[in-house]
Design a protein around this ligand. Structure first.
Ligand code: MN3
Length: 197
């Protein structure tokens, strides 16, 4: 069965002014669609066609002749999480249990946010910033290109922020840190993040 592009869980203009309709039209309708189309073409008539998306990602990571499949599969998975991790009028209060874990491992919510923004800003070139549960401890990480926490044993994905330029250049130009701050303060669906604990 072919992979499909899921609809956005909100209207294309619902994340404004923090993420514009134009950004979501390009990012979801074109960039994400391209990953899905490429993935379907690459796995067609191969043993990978019957595997789950997660299995394709983990079994092709760092496999030299599977780089194309990995890149498109991981980016399909990353973007499906990313759309769900945002909501209109997002940001705001963090559900209690998650907030407790954040305070325990980072000191405070503000310190967590500063660490997340620093990781996202420090990722050279295209990639993602993540909040993961790494064997019981919350950590912020960053990864290049399509690499995600599925690639690392023991890491559970709680939050991911796309820091490819296509995610912020229309709205923020080169100001990646401003985009990531707006993501945390005004776009994140913290209920979705907490449900991943
Ligand atoms: Mn993207």
């Amino acid at each position: 069965m072919a992979f499909e592009l899921p609809n956005l869980p909100y209207a294309h203009d619902a994340l404004g002014p923090y993420m514009s309709q134009e950004t979501l039209e390009f990012h979801h309708d074109k960039h994400h669609q391209t990953y899905v189309t490429n993935l379907n073409n690459l796995v067609k008539d191969t043993p990978l066609a019957s595997k789950s998306l997660e299995d394709i990602v983990t079994s092709t990571y760092n496999v030299a002749d599977k780089a194309g499949v990995f890149n498109n599969a991981s980016q399909h998975w990353n973007h499906m999480q990313f759309w769900e991790m945002m909501k209109p009028k997002g940001g705001g209060a963090i559900p209690g249990e998650l907030e407790k874990r954040i305070k325990a491992d980072f000191g405070s919510v503000d310190e967590f946010k500063a660490a997340f923004v620093a990781k996202a800003a420090g990722q050279f070139g295209s990639g993602w910033a993540w909040l993961v549960d790494n064997g019981g401890k919350l950590e912020v990480t960053s990864t290049p290109n399509g690499v995600n926490p599925l690639c690392f044993k023991g890491q559970k994905t709680l939050l991911g922020c796309d820091v490819w330029e296509h995610s912020y250049y229309i709205d923020y130009r080169n100001r990646r840190p401003d985009y990531v701050k707006a993501f945390l303060d005004s776009m994140v669906n913290w209920e979705n993040v907490a449900s991943r604990l």
